[in-house]
Write a protein that binds this ligand. Structure first.
Ligand code: RFL
Length: 448
């Protein structure tokens, strides 16, 4: 099916430009006043519960699955341009806004959020970050990555704060997020009338008809489960496990800390002035609660060589998770009217802090393409979406994979382990001493 051959639905909203005013206009009908540069004010009705549909049936131009960074950025941009969209989210609002995960936003991510009026919170409360520090058996060195390559910096802003900002903005704009509404399956994606079967918050089944469906529902969501046979899945288990910790403790250094140690990797990443994320490499299968707080801090101090470089600021460990470092990329990212975005498109290990950044970038690319298609009947962006995003995904996977090799060595004393550890040491030496290597690192590290 060629996207250009799709016929408009009776109930679809055609919006032509930026200013959109939602007016209440009777039950189930949303009237949108759209200001077109060319035509002045136009009135457009988005029918959400049509009489011809069964109770529990709904319709929107774009149904977005998942209210993570991907779904919320996409929803906000679409809504801003008058596209009738709804976000279906399995969890409750409080849960979504409390999920502490990423924190390092690339400069390009910040530019995207700025462009769409979504960066107010991160500019108010985020902190600029530009240095990382490696601690190894051969000493420590720092890289001021903003002074290298393109001179770009990260903004540190906890993902749950960004998500809370995006939820508030979307609702303030008149958008609808159906919290507690779980997508069960996407059907008929290869037709012009795809459907999303849902389990509503009250447990009853529901149905959403759409022109397009954006699968922003993560790795275990309904979008991935609904893909046709023949979808290519690239999966790699990197064989490394991290214990992810969130401590109520101020950062202990003014840099991202990467400690390479014979007992395993340890990482330090600021989140706010009171909260710090730490990572400790652990045995595969270790339960998150296996280590006492004392053991955690002792192990962090040992691996981060606190005796040589200064103690860590200890605090209560308020969250723990176990992360098996994995990559999982699907190809293509489009199946008819269904698009995969963010973690649903490609899972990446947190070793290079790329996941949330890719999610925002892909959401912005898809939003632009959907707007072009729905408002100007230009399907080119939708046709190019998969290839364009896969280029970014594989670039990030490549760097993340390289980081995993840089930060972890085999623990054995057999010939193969010794060989690989010598390679790893040599890579770190090159990063410490070679300006061109540092420029490459900086470009990859802060880019997306
Ligand atoms: P999310 O954030 O997982 O959101 C998906 C949403 O979909 C909902 N959902 C459903 N809703 C309806 N129906 C269904 N059937 C559904 N199934 C799921 C879920 O409830 C959820 O709200 O995916 P999205 O939007 O693609 O965003 C991806 C990012 O969250 C992720 O890549 C990052 O958090 C990864 N990541 C990091 N990325 C960075 O860029 N920098 C970092 O420093 C960083 N640190 C991290 C991380 C991930 C971590 N975890 C999860 C292992 C640190 C950690 C510990």
């Amino acid at each position: 099916m060629s996207p250009s051959s799709r016929l408009p639905h009776d109930d679809e909203t055609r919006a032509l430009s930026a200013v959109v005013i939602f007016l209440p206009f009777g039950a189930g009908i949303r009237v949108i006043l759209v200001r077109s540069k060319t035509f002045g004010y136009l009135v457009s009705a988005s029918v959400r519960d049509t009489k011809s549909q069964r109770p529990g049936d709904h319709a929107a131009d774009v149904v977005v699955l998942g209210a993570g960074p991907a779904g919320l950025v996409l929803g906000n941009i679409l809504l801003d341009r008058g596209i009738a969209c709804v976000v279906l989210e399995r969890a409750e609002r409080t849960q979504v806004q409390a999920r502490a995960r990423a924190g390092f936003l690339a400069a390009e991510t910040v530019r995207i959020l700025e462009r769409h009026g979504l960066a107010e919170g991160l500019h108010k409360r985020g902190q600029l970050h530009s240095t990382c520090e490696f601690r190894t058996e051969d000493g420590r060195f720092r890289l001021d990555y903003s002074g290298l390559a393109q001179g770009e910096r990260h903004t540190v802003y906890p993902q749950q704060h960004l998500v809370a900002d995006l939820v508030t903005r979307f609702l303030d704009r008149g958008g609808e997020i159906r919290f507690g509404s779980e997508a069960v399956a996407v059907r008929d994606a290869d037709t012009e009338r795809p459907e999303v079967a849902v389990r509503e918050a009250d447990g009853r089944p529901g149905l959403w008809r759409a022109r397009y469906v954006a699968g922003c529902d993560g790795r275990h969501g309904a979008a991935r489960r609904s893909l046709p046979a023949g979808t290519v899945r690239h999966h790699r288990d990197h064989g490394v496990t991290w214990l992810g910790l969130l401590a109520e403790a101020p950062p202990s250094l003014d840099a991202v800390g990467y400690a390479v140690h014979e007992r395993g990797f340890a990482g330090h990443m600021a989140r706010t002035s009171e909260v710090t994320r730490y990572y400790l490499q652990c045995e595969r299968g270790t339960p998150a609660d296996a280590w006492s707080e004392e053991r955690i801090w002792d192990e962090l101090e040992l691996r981060m060589r606190a005796r040589e470089y200064g103690p860590l600021r200890r605090g209560r460990v308020v969250q723990r998770c176990v992360v098996d470092l994995e990559s999982d990329v699907l190809e293509p990212l489009r199946h008819g009217a269904l698009f995969l975005v963010g973690d649903a498109a490609g899972l990446i290990s947190p070793s290079a802090a790329k996941g949330a950044n890719l999610a925002v970038l892909e959401a912005a690319v898809l939003a632009r393409a959907l707007i072009d298609d729905l408002t100007a009947q230009d399907p080119e962006g939708l046709d190019a979406y998969s290839a364009r995003c896969l280029t970014h995904i594989w670039r990030a996977q490549q760097f993340s994979h390289w980081m995993i090799g840089l930060l972890h060595g085999p623990t054995g004393t057999d010939g193969d382990s010794l060989f690989h550890n010598s390679l790893r040491r040599s890579r770190l030496t090159s990063l410490r001493t070679s300006r061109s290597h540092q420029d490459w690192f900086a470009e990859q590290y802060v880019g997306v």
